[in-house]
Design a protein around this ligand. Sequence first.
Ligand code: HEC
Length: 121
Amino acid sequence: MHRKTLPGFVSALLASLFFAGAAQAADAAAEDGAAVYSRSGCWGCHAYLGQGGRDGPQIAHTALSYEAFSTFVRNSTGDMPPFTARIVPDADLEKIYAYLQSIPEPPAPETLPLLQDVFSD
Ligand code: HEC
């Protein structure tokens, strides 16, 4: 019995180490991404947390896949100027994407203490 559960335990441990490592790598990319996002000037239109502003829509938690995101950023012909790989290299764009996906979601309005009166009954 003990011999049977041990491999399960070991593989669970290995899996958790693997996922912790992957999560750490994603965190590091997101951290760098905040700096790259700021340096690349995206914030000028999309605001610091990608929440959008007067000149650009919200891009935090974009529903676009990385490929669609990259294609848009590189080839925009609308109101957003295109950012080629010479301006924002692929490695930087990947970090920006990780950053945008890592920004915490705002809390639901009904969970905010100040708004309890509005939501009660
Ligand atoms: C000069 C203002 C401006 C800057 C700077 C800018 N954007 Fe935009 N962005 C826009 C506007 C305006 C749109 C909407 C354009 C459209 O729909 O054609 C847009 C749209 C987008 C979209 C598509 C959003 C969607 O869901 O359809 C993405 C992704 C995006 N921007 C990423 C970026 C990134 C990454 C950077 C920095 C490298 C950046 N933008 C810099 C103005 C800007």
